[in-house]
Design a protein around this ligand. Structure first.
Ligand SMILES: [Zn+2]
Length: 69
């Protein structure tokens, strides 16, 4: 019985996929730091009347600081 799939092909593809995953640099902490930096710079850029970005920063700060309170 002949298989429809070529085993060698699928192995090559999965090897390529995992190689791609390993080279893809998307660590959560890096993204988090970028977001925090952006929001902090935004909030320091002047007086805001509770805009969406400031509200996000306020929410995040509350969660981040909760274990220390
Ligand atoms: Zn703002």
């Amino acid at each position: 019985m002949e298989s429809l799939h070529q085993p060698q092909m699928s192995e090559a593809v999965s090897a390529q996929e995992s190689a791609f995953r390993y080279t893809e640099p998307a660590p959560h902490d890096e993204v988090m730091m970028e977001q925090l930096e952006y929001l902090l710079l935004h909030s320091r850029s002047g007086r805001h009347k509770w805009c969406a970005e400031c509200t996000r920063l306020e929410k995040i700060s509350r969660h981040l600081l909760a274990p220390f309170c």
